[in-house]
Design a protein around this ligand. Structure first.
Ligand SMILES: C[S@@+](CC[C@H](N)C(=O)[O-])C[C@H]1O[C@@H](n2cnc3c(N)ncnc32)[C@H](O)[C@@H]1O
Length: 236
């Protein structure tokens, strides 16, 4: 297993993505299990119910089970549900992984102890060719309106005083930055969450970096090489 040291500052940087257990970096826009492990250790305890409603390839679910949390994974895309289900075969623990929509969760109020999730960064990676409800097909206000529903639902299903960690990044279009990260953060704050932390996570090994390096140099812009992890609390 890769070496692990818990983070203690607001800047996180993992040169190696992390490939212990069944973690793999092959799902588009996947996240490092080092992020998830840090979040789980800081904001949950054993037996807690952890939700990832944008589950992708299941990084949160794998890590939750390893750390003896109960896990719920949801994705709008059947393919993600089946990848996650395959990756957790053989790992002991209690979990549910199913198809669903993060904007309208099929979960009871105040059911979850921690949300740890990673929505699409607007439409920079499209996860389907037209699945209804897939927010990776949206941009601009269409995207932010759905994020508002995600924030509402996150607030509803979370127990009082518990945490909600969202990984989110900015994007660049036609040379200009769209601050998707801060816009999403504002939406969560408007729905009632308080902001516990803003963590800057350095990006490594991004597949598209090489392709863009030359363009960035020629057109005189900076490559985005960080993401945010916003940690919110439903402080009641
Ligand atoms: C950035 S990926 C998550 C990657 C994941 N953290 C991992 O490590 O594999 C975002 C996921 O959100 C899913 N998605 C898009 N719209 C959704 C919605 N409305 N409800 C649930 N999942 C959705 C996509 O299918 C995609 O799998």
């Amino acid at each position: 297993m890769n070496s692990f040291n818990e983070e203690h500052t607001t800047i996180w940087s993992f040169k190696e993505r992390g490939d212990w257990a069944t973690h793999k970096g092959d799902y588009p826009g996947n996240c490092s299990p080092y992020i998830i492990k840090n979040i789980l250790l800081k904001y949950s305890k054993e037996e807690d119910i952890v939700l990832d409603q944008f589950v992708g390839s299941g990084t949160t679910i794998i890590e939750s089970l390893i750390l003896n949390r109960r896990a719920i994974g949801i994705d709008i895309n059947e393919n993600a549900v089946s990848i996650t289900t395959n990756r957790i075969k053989g790992i002991n623990g209690k979990y549910k992984v199913f198809k669903g929509n993060a904007t309208n969760l099929n979960l009871k109020d105040k059911y979850v102890d921690l949300i740890c999730t990673h929505p699409p960064y607007m439409d920079i990676i499209k996860y389907s060719r037209g699945i209804q409800g897939d927010i990776s097909l949206l941009n601009g206000y269409g995207f932010y309106n759905k994020i508002k529903d995600v924030a509402k639902e996150s607030y509803r299903v979370l127990k009082n005083n518990k945490y909600c960690a969202i990984i989110m990044g900015d994007i660049r279009k036609k040379g200009f930055i769209i601050p998707v990260g801060f816009n999403v953060m504002e939406i969560f704050l408007k729905e009632g969450f308080l902001l516990k932390e803003i963590i800057i996570k350095e990006q490594h090994n991004c597949r598209s970096t090489e392709k863009w390096r030359e363009v960035a140099k020629n057109k005189n812009f900076l490559l985005i090489q960080h993401e945010y992890i916003f940690v919110f609390q439903k402080a009641i």
